[in-house]
Ligand binder design. Structure first.
Ligand SMILES: NC(=O)c1ccc[n+]([C@@H]2O[C@H](COP(=O)([O-])OP(=O)(O)OC[C@H]3O[C@@H](n4cnc5c(N)ncnc54)[C@H](O)[C@@H]3O)[C@@H](O)[C@H]2O)c1
Length: 270
């Protein structure tokens, strides 16, 4: 997609961090915005922060709820006619070693990080195919979806699946009007460390604490970059029709090593 002017972008997790920064970058290019987020207050504050003249609509949406994501797609159609960009970005993280993960940790992570994007594909893909105009889906995975981080088991698993979701969509949409990209950042300054603020009561309840210890933080790789820099990489990838969106050059040796380990295992066949 070369030009975002007049296009409509729906962004989940749009009230904060990477989602909000990408919304701002798209607004600067003349896109209409639908921001969706589970946090009503943050959504209102985010919407009010746009310059007059930017077309921005909001809908409180829990991406783990399929009907809510369907309502989001219908809302975007009603407000702007059609959706051209769906940014499946809302996500959460639970930190800690595998043996400490509860079933509720797994369940919450999968519902938001994996079912959220799946619901997004279910709701938006038929609409994009039906209107037939140049469209693009961006999925926020993580570096953790390419190379597992220590102490982030459920998150790694959910994000690896999101990488595959984006790749699978890309394969199925070859030659058609819906592009697919997957964002794979290391650390980005945002409110992800306080993701438990949005944890539903039935899955362990909300908690305002930072999600990890200093020791666990030290296990994470890479610099912390800004959400704004990340957003520019997202727009560039959409323009160039690129599948993988890397944000940190220091991720490269880790990805290479993993690929080499996988390829090296073929030696056992000879
Ligand atoms: N910040 C990082 O270091 C980093 C690195 C790699 C990937 N990511 C991914 O980036 C994405 C965006 O996160 P961020 O870092 O901007 O964090 P953030 O917490 O600032 O933003 C995430 C947004 O998602 C919303 N959200 C949470 N649960 C939701 C739900 N069930 N339904 C709808 N909205 C929900 C939150 O309210 C928040 O506004 C996530 O998918 C995250 O996993 C972040």
């Amino acid at each position: 997609m070369k030009d975002f002017n007049g296009k409509t972008a729906v962004i989940t997790g749009g009230a904060s961090g990477i989602g909000l920064a990408t919304a701002r970058a798209l607004a600067a290019e003349g896109a209409n915005l639908v921001l969706a987020d589970i946090e009503a207050g943050a959504l209102d504050t985010a919407a009010a922060s746009f310059a007059p003249g930017v077309e921005v609509a909001t809908l409180v949406t829990d991406v783990s709820d399929r009907a809510a994501v369907e309502r989001l797609a219908a809302f975007a159609d009603q407000r702007f006619g059609k959706t051209h960009i769906a940014f499946h970005n809302a996500g959460i993280a639970v930190f800690g070693p595998m043996e400490k993960m509860t079933h509720k940790d797994w369940e919450w992570t999968m519902r938001v990080n994996l079912w959220g994007p799946i619901h997004g594909v279910e709701a938006f893909l038929p609409r994009m195919l039906a209107h037939g105009e140049d469209s693009h889906m961006v999925f926020t995975a993580s570096f953790a979806g390419l190379v597992p981080n220590k102490g982030l088991g459920p998150y790694n698993v959910s994000k690896a699946a999101v990488v595959s979701l984006a790749e699978s969509l890309r394969a199925d949409m070859r030659g058609r009007n819906v592009g697919s990209s997957v964002l794979c950042p290391m650390r980005v300054a945002s409110r992800i460390d306080y993701a438990a603020r949005n944890r539903p009561a039935e899955l362990g309840g909300p908690n305002e604490e930072r999600g990890y210890s200093d020791e666990e933080f030290d296990d994470l790789q890479g610099r912390t970059i800004t959400a704004e820099e990340t957003a520019q990489r997202v727009l560039a990838a959409m323009r160039e029709g690129r599948l993988y969106i890397h944000t940190h050059y220091e991720a490269e040796p880790f990805v290479r090593k993993r690929a080499e380990r996988i390829l090296g295992a073929f030696e056992a066949l000879s």
